[in-house]
Design a protein around this ligand. Structure first.
Ligand SMILES: [Fe+2]
Length: 470
């Protein structure tokens, strides 16, 4: 690494690290399913948050580069720069990195509290690299990682670092400034200029999404590049070439993808960084549950699909279906607060343990309200809070009865019970489809709302037919 502080050298160093990071990301994200227990800690600093200008950015970059050089033999080793983000790779402890960042920020900004103190723990795919599992072996981990990277001829490096903002920048197809992915949606930041962001977005079929138009003075354009979207309010079908424009509005409008859709999304209110943060937080929360509980991502995905189909049978408004989908995916998020031995206990829980376990509904509500500060998430939090209520009033946490329970929660409770019975769990063999449906029917009017059971039976049939199971 060059220790010279002239901008050209900094650019080269930054580019090298940026490439390295892209390669690491490639390895980390290659397989979302198989992880081992080793993790690297990443944390990020959003340059957007400190409204840095180009020269400040270079100053900060210089400081960071010298920090890396100075600290070479120390623990915090690998750093990466993106246009508006720094990511630090560190072993378990990030204290050194944190101290350093606070120092730099205090020097360059008036904001003392801007440091993003969020640790995102990424899991590494064991099949890719034999990671050291314990002990103080971060160096070993890094050298293995670097060896692996050298072998790996990754072709998907991100576009060149945008170090000369006034120049023409050509992004070859498939190269983006940044991207964030979850199962249902991928966002690719194509271009950014001050507040203006141009994003390519892919959304899977049968997914609701909402458009409001952002804050005051904001303007948004969604141009459909591929696929079909329905607009519930006017029963319009939108195709490739159609577009939706939106300005700040009081109400969100709900759309649903009928096929897989690709959009060009242009907004005058930058959303990429916050969306990326939100999605990463969700993924981290979800991984946390998957780590300790039998409930897997697949379980959450199935619940989301079946809840939607049932809600559609009941003609629920698109807005409510959207909330239900979200709540279905995160319904047991509160279990992150339940001690792991309790979650994994194969024997029956004691009364005292059961009391703790039941609190996951309340904790789930709190987590959602803590993480997502909007009135729309209040509804989602409430559905999660009520997902163990029973139609006959014998559920928890409040013992609500009949229509006192939100319709979304009544749907989720049937779908959750169905999925728990029909798929094998560590402590319980799977029931046949016939036996599962018989069980659901026998609880109609008792544990479950009768109308929901009727709708669910039709929805379940559609679901099975779609999956070619019947
Ligand atoms: Fe639950």
């Amino acid at each position: 690494m060059n220790t010279n502080n002239n901008p050209k050298d900094i650019e080269t160093s930054i580019n090298n690290m940026y490439s390295l990071y892209e390669k690491i990301k490639h390895i980390i994200h290659k397989d979302n399913n198989e992880y081992n227990s080793f993790s690297l800690t990443l944390f990020s600093l959003e340059f957007d948050d400190i409204e840095t200008n180009y020269s400040t950015y270079l100053e900060i970059s210089k400081e960071i580069l010298s920090f890396i050089i100075e600290n070479k033999p120390k623990k915090v080793r690998l750093f990466n720069f993106e246009k508006d983000k720094i990511i630090i790779f560190a072993p378990g402890s990030v204290v050194e990195g944190q101290k350093f960042f606070k120092k730099v920020l205090n020097k360059y900004t008036n904001l003392s509290d801007i440091f993003v103190d969020k640790n995102i723990v990424l899991k590494i795919n064991k099949s890719e690299v034999e990671w050291p599992r314990d002990g103080d072996n971060f160096d070993q981990l890094l050298s293995k990682l670097v060896d692996k990277l050298n072998e790996n001829n990754c072709n998907d490096l991100a576009s060149k670092f945008n170090i000369h903002p006034d120049n023409i920048i050509i992004n070859k197809s498939g190269k983006y400034l940044n991207n964030v992915k979850k199962k249902s949606t991928q966002l690719y930041l194509i271009a950014k200029n001050n507040n203006l962001e141009i994003i390519k977005q892919n959304i899977i079929a049968e997914k609701s999404f909402q458009i409001r138009g952002g804050g005051p003075g904001n303007f948004e354009l969604f141009y459909i590049l591929d696929g079909k979207i329905s607009y519930a309010e006017s029963e319009k079908i939108l195709n490739a070439g159609d577009s939706i424009t939106a300005k700040c509005g009081k109400e969100k409008k709900y759309f649903k993808t009928l096929t897989e859709v690709t959009l060009l999304y242009i907004t005058s209110n930058p959303i990429f960084a916050s969306e990326q943060k939100r999605i990463n937080e969700l993924i981290a929360l979800n991984n946390k549950i998957a780590e300790t509980d039998h409930e897997t991502n697949q379980h959450c995905n199935r619940l989301q699909i079946l809840s939607r189909l049932t809600a559609e049978e009941m003609d629920l408004e698109e807005k409510r279906i959207f909330n239900l989908g979200f709540a279905s995916f995160l319904h047991d998020i509160g279990k992150v607060e339940v001690p792991t031995p309790l979650l994994q206990k194969p024997e029956k829980l004691t009364e005292e343990e059961w009391k703790i376990m039941k609190r996951h509904t309340e904790w789930g509500k709190e987590i959602i309200l803590d993480h997502f500060n909007s009135e729309h998430f209040d509804k989602i939090a409430e559905i999660i809070y009520q997902h163990h209520e029973r139609y006959n009033g014998k559920g928890y946490p409040q013992g609500l009865k009949g229509n006192q329970i939100l319709i979304e929660a009544r749907i989720l409770s049937v779908v959750d019970a169905y999925d728990a019975m029909i798929y094998e769990r560590p402590y319980q063999k799977a029931l046949t489809r016939k036996a599962t449906l018989a069980e659901i029917k026998s609880e109609k009017g008792k544990q479950f709302c009768p109308d929901v059971v009727d709708a669910f039976l039709k929805a379940e049939k559609t679901y099975q037919q779609r999956n070619n199971n019947i």
